[in-house]
Design a protein around this ligand. Structure first.
Ligand code: ATP
Length: 517
């Protein structure tokens, strides 16, 4: 099965089991906008809580806010978004399809790199244990050609982007002989800039309505509240402000399910530090954020850093944490050293003094900022795409059976346990409801009595429920139940009184947070 097939199956599974639905589906959906269903919203809330608690509970010097989506339009002038939050777009005249010029080129480069990987794979097979990848890459003629080709295109692209030279960008697309995937032709328009912010109007037109934007990032809500929080919270630098909230971008190429959406959610933390110390803090936050991801135990090899070579005008260092999505390693989170750019800009545009007075050193300065910014939806996608597992099982009679199990980290699982009466009679449902009612205050529980026990187990596997508690006749005699573990399918018999401890041991956020200490 190709990774594309797997990805399609994951999307279908998300819909079938109430994780994610296309927005306004009865009207055929809305491009790159999605709704979270009954299982999805629980998983999403658990991810938020894991992030929020890791920031707020584990750091004395980080506090949270929840700022409005609408902000004064000058905020976006000061931040640079009105003038520079653009993507270069190009249209194919035959298919009328629109593309991001840089994405077309990136995809072209990726194809060359895929060819290179294939060569490496073939050689590794041929030479077996004696294979030296580095030597192969440095000496094999074909490998050298692919590497040179990819590097040359990337250099030309970065150069054109850096200089905003759209003619050069278009020429590169033509030189690479890139064709539209839909029409197959190379009949391209000029490259134009396209601003990604959604705009709307506030107030009635008669009053002279104000053009406002839907925020394209949550960060600016933090910067404009820096003084409020610092003063009212009596915060001493270094300190951080965390926020979770919606952001909106009119993405030109919105594909890959919830990877690139037009309405999405960000979890951002801006950490204010004295000038000159920012690069130490940048390294520290890179490490902390990587640890946060790895604590989920999806596999350390699924993550890697990608350091930005071309920096945004406001940054003096930037890295992404990339995750191995089904369509390759892609950005999951950004860690940026944003200098004092944002606060200085807001000081300039608002005319208000935005500085920090350090009483110990008796000096005042504009703080520097380290930002950690992660897309909640991308985080969600990393969890579910990693969790989706198809298994072939052997039944007791020797025949084969299949199950799809979502191996979601138990602390994030939408439902923590299901209580299932073995049969729908003899007082078992009543007993099961009683047990569920005892546990529901602490855990998200489900009660299910419909269909065979096997089918009920499968339904819980499909949403990633870590535990199934089965109530049978023996329960009525000695107050014991069987506990079935999702991943191993092993069952053990325990006293009902032991349930809270057994379940909490695996599903509580506490144990995850303790790892981060
Ligand atoms: P990309 O290069 O993929 O467009 P970006 O570098 O523009 O992303 P940032 O502005 O750094 O992204 O935003 C921080 C985080 O927000 C990203 O790491 C990503 O997880 C998330 N994010 C950004 N754009 C989107 C989107 N359109 N849909 C979903 N998540 C997004």
């Amino acid at each position: 099965m190709t990774s594309e097939d797997t990805f399609k199956k994951i999307i279908a599974h998300c819909k079938e089991y109430g994780f994610i639905f296309p927005s306004s589906e009865i009207y055929d959906g809305l491009g790159a906008v999605y709704d979270y269903g009954q299982a999805g919203v629980e998983l999403k809330n658990n991810i938020k809580k894991y992030w929020w608690d890791a920031m707020i509970l584990l750091h004395d010097n980080i506090v949270g806010i929840d700022s409005a989506i609408f902000m004064h339009p000058t905020v976006w002038k000061a931040s640079g978004h009105v003038d520079a939050f653009n993507d270069p777009l190009i249209d194919n005249k035959d298919s009328k399809k629109r593309y991001r010029a840089d994405v077309l080129l990136e995809e072209h480069i990726r194809k060359i790199e895929d060819k290179l990987s294939k060569e490496v794979g073939k050689a590794a097979k041929r030479f077996g244990d004696a294979f030296d990848e580095k030597k192969f890459l440095d000496t094999n003629q074909r490998a050298l050609e692919y590497r040179q080709q990819a590097g040359h295109i990337r250099d030309r692209m970065n150069d054109a982007l850096q200089r905003d030279d759209f003619d050069a960008l278009r020429q590169l697309i033509i030189d690479c002989e890139i064709a539209c995937p839909v029409s197959g032709t190379r009949n391209w328009t000029e490259v134009r800039q396209f601003n990604l912010m959604f705009a709307t109007e506030m107030g009635s037109t008669a009053d002279g309505a104000l053009k406002v934007y839907l925020r394209p990032e949550t960060a600016q809500g933090i910067f404009v509240n820096y003084l409020n929080v610092q003063k009212t919270g009596r915060m001493k630098i270094p300190f951080g402000i965390a926020q979770i909230g919606k952001a909106f971008r009119n993405e030109i190429v919105a594909r890959q399910f919830i990877f690139r959406m037009r309405e999405f959610e960000q979890m951002e933390m801006q950490f204010f530090v004295p000038p000159g110390t920012e690069l130490q803090w940048y390294e520290k936050w890179k490490e902390k954020r990587m640890n946060w991801h790895k604590a989920l135990q999806l596999g350390d090899e699924k993550y890697r850093f990608h350091q930005h070579e071309k920096l945004a005008h406001y940054a003096n260092a930037a890295s992404d944490i990339e995750f191995a999505f089904p369509f390759g390693f892609k950005e999951l989170e950004g860690i940026h050293s944003r200098t004092d750019f944002d606060l200085s800009q807001h000081q300039k545009y608002s005319g208000k003094k935005i500085r920090y007075f350090d009483p110990e050193h008796n000096e005042s300065y504009t703080p520097f900022v380290i930002e950690t910014s992660i897309g909640l939806d991308r985080m969600f996608l990393s969890i579910i795409s990693n969790a989706y597992t198809e298994e072939t099982l052997t039944k007791e009679d020797g025949s084969a059976d299949e199950r799809v199990v979502m191996r979601i980290p138990p602390a994030l699982a939408p439902v923590k346990l299901a209580v299932l009466p073995l049969v729908k009679k003899d007082g078992l449902p009543e007993k099961a409801v009683e047990i569920k009612n005892r546990l529901k205050f602490e855990f998200n529980c489900q009660y299910d009595e419909k269909d065979s026990i096997g089918k009920r187990y499968r339904r819980q596997d499909a949403i990633g429920t870590p535990y199934c508690i089965t109530v049978d006749h023996q329960t009525l005699d000695n107050d014991t139940v069987t506990v079935r573990h999702r991943d191993t399918m092993k069952q053990e018999r325990v006293k009902t009184g032991q349930l809270p401890e057994i379940i909490a041991g695996k599903v509580s956020l506490k144990s995850l947070l303790e790892k981060l200490g």
